[in-house]
Design a protein around this ligand. Structure first.
Ligand SMILES: NC(=O)C1=CN([C@@H]2O[C@H](COP(=O)(O)OP(=O)(O)OC[C@H]3O[C@@H](n4cnc5c(N)ncnc54)[C@H](O)[C@@H]3O)[C@@H](O)[C@H]2O)C=CC1
Ligand SMILES: O=C(O)C(=O)COP(=O)(O)O
Length: 471
């Protein structure tokens, strides 16, 4: 295969000529003349001012901001492409985030950075968001899609790490390990067996039987637990686990309840006073999903009353932006009450924080970003339709890939094909997801002047969200 080709963004301030790499991790830097070079032909209504420039460019002009200590593996892949990569260990407060996001084509985040509509409307140049984690609740996915911004995540690279943490917590709560260890650290020998249990033969209730829940199910059964689960979907049981029809049925039967649902309006305060009431006296609650899922004041009451014998929390309604920030009441009004309870394990959102998980996530998300930036491939996007085409190479001088993100309304493809009709359309794929549709076409027998015309004509259609032409 020959060298890669170009991509372009209308809003890039400088020219870039650049290759589409054969491998998503291979760098490409092949300066092309403006007649050969790619350009970005895209614009959103709010990006319109910069949209009309046609400039050759190189990957060096792609600006990427990585927040929240994205793993070295991901940074290396992106840098190897020649992109400009700025890396910060922490998240950013909203005002600083808005300042920074104005300038970049790509942002990489983890679970803390909130990319709301308010923030995204300032992101005039943004092509794509990489969530280097599982959850995507921190991003306004709908706003992003409607503004032609793709979002990628890593759907299961840290599932095992979370499941292992939960196993550790089940045993730790059953044996009150956190309290014993704290006492010893303070110099107190307190040997007790009262209300300390084996987990063998106990029932684990898993709420949300997805990637993490089902992985946990296997591990728990291997340690002699009985597993029941509740999910909005009817899902195949693994091993001898059993699906129960309601959350209430699960709460009434389980000795340990563990939560593995996403943050959605339906899961907000899913476990509150009424649910604690349903739980067995002396049972345990574990939450490594999202802080919004548990009503914490109600949890504190359930702990104080003895209804719960213990709890483990890895996630909180408000989490500090950086390590070293204290877990205090300014962020969460009840923080001190929580810290004062016995047999409650509090961890700083470390469920997915293992070397294995972070390395794998870095690779998976960075490769998805490269595929999207360089080739327009949306496979594994969480908010755009999934569309793929072959890899572009430089040995097709009169070839271009046209990408047209548009509103999903009748008659668009007819108009698009009228515009492309003068050229040879080698392949065309179109798919839609909700209100947004994504069309990719590889065209040959096309000159740079034609490309400008194609881009301008597509931009003039009122269905347009974003046009890109890669060549
Ligand atoms: N503590 C940590 O570091 C981590 C936390 N997480 C959190 O864990 C969540 C779950 O992760 P996965 O298992 O990978 O997700 P998943 O999407 O594979 O599974 C979630 C399951 O929850 C079910 N569900 C959704 N709404 C529900 C409801 N209202 N009631 C009952 N079930 C419902 C879904 O049908 C699905 O089966 C993520 O969304 C993320 O928020 C994920 C990774 C690390
Ligand atoms: O993967 C997730 O959804 C997590 O909650 C882990 O988030 P983190 O990468 O540790 O910010």
């Amino acid at each position: 295969m020959t060298a890669p080709r170009d991509i372009e963004r209308s809003s890039l301030g400088s020219a870039v000529s650049h290759s589409l790499s054969v491998s998503p991790t291979a760098a490409f830097h092949s300066p092309l003349s403006s007649s050969q070079g790619g350009f970005l032909a895209g614009s959103l209504p709010h990006r319109a001012a910069a949209a009309k420039q046609l400039k050759p460019f190189s990957t060096e002009d792609i600006k990427i901001l990585l927040l929240e200590n994205v793993n070295q593996t991901g940074r290396d892949i992106l840098k190897a492409q020649g992109y400009q990569v700025e890396f910060l260990k922490t998240s950013l407060p909203e005002d600083q985030l808005i300042e920074k996001i104005r300038d970049v084509h790509v942002i990489g985040i983890r679970s803390k950075t909130k990319l709301t509509a308010k923030v995204l409307q300032e992101a005039k140049n943004l092509l794509v968001i990489g969530c280097f984690c599982i959850g995507t609740n921190q991003v306004d996915l709908d706003y992003a899609a409607k503004h032609g911004i793709a979002v990628f995540n890593s759907p299961f690279a840290n599932s095992r790490s979370v499941a292992e943490l939960v196993i550790a917590e089940i045993i730790s709560l059953a044996r009150q390990l956190g309290d014993r260890s704290l006492e010893m650290h303070r110099g107190t020998w307190n040997k007790v067996s009262s209300k300390c249990w084996e987990i063998r033969g106990k029932t684990l209730g898993i709420v949300g039987y997805g990637h993490i829940g089902s992985q946990l199910s296997v591990l728990a059964e291997a340690m002699g637990m009985s597993v029941i689960y509740y999910d909005v979907l009817t899902l195949m049981a693994i091993g001898t686990a059993r699906q129960v029809p309601t959350l209430e049925a699960l709460l009434e039967e389980a000795d340990f309840v563990t939560l593995h649902v996403p943050e959605t309006p339906e899961t907000k305060n899913m476990i509150s006073a009424a649910q604690f009431e349903r739980m067995k006296t002396g049972s345990y609650l574990i939450n490594a999903s999202r802080g919004s899922v548990v009503d914490i004041p109600a949890l504190i009451k359930a702990m104080r009353s003895g209804k719960l014998a213990g709890a483990a929390l890895d996630v909180y309604p408000n989490e500090p932006a950086a390590n070293g920030d204290y877990f205090v009441n300014d962020l969460n009004a009840w923080a001190e009450d929580l810290r004062g309870l016995s047999n409650i394990i509090l961890t700083p959102h470390i469920g997915g924080s293992t070397e294995e998980a972070q390395r794998a996530i870095g690779i998976e998300v960075a490769e998805a970003l490269v595929r999207y930036i360089n080739q327009g491939i949306t496979v594994a996007s969480v908010n755009l339709p999934e569309v793929t085409m072959r890899q572009l190479t430089l040995d097709e001088p009169n070839h271009a890939r046209v990408i047209y993100i548009h509103r999903n309304v009748p008659g668009v493809l007819r108009r698009v094909n009228e515009i492309l009709a003068e050229h040879n359309v080698d392949k065309q794929i179109s798919d839609s997801k909700g209100d947004v549709a994504y069309m990719m076409a590889d065209i040959s027998d096309v000159k740079v002047e034609d490309i400008k015309e194609i881009r301008d004509s597509l931009d003039a259609l009122n269905s347009r969200i974003l046009t890109r032409v890669l060549y």
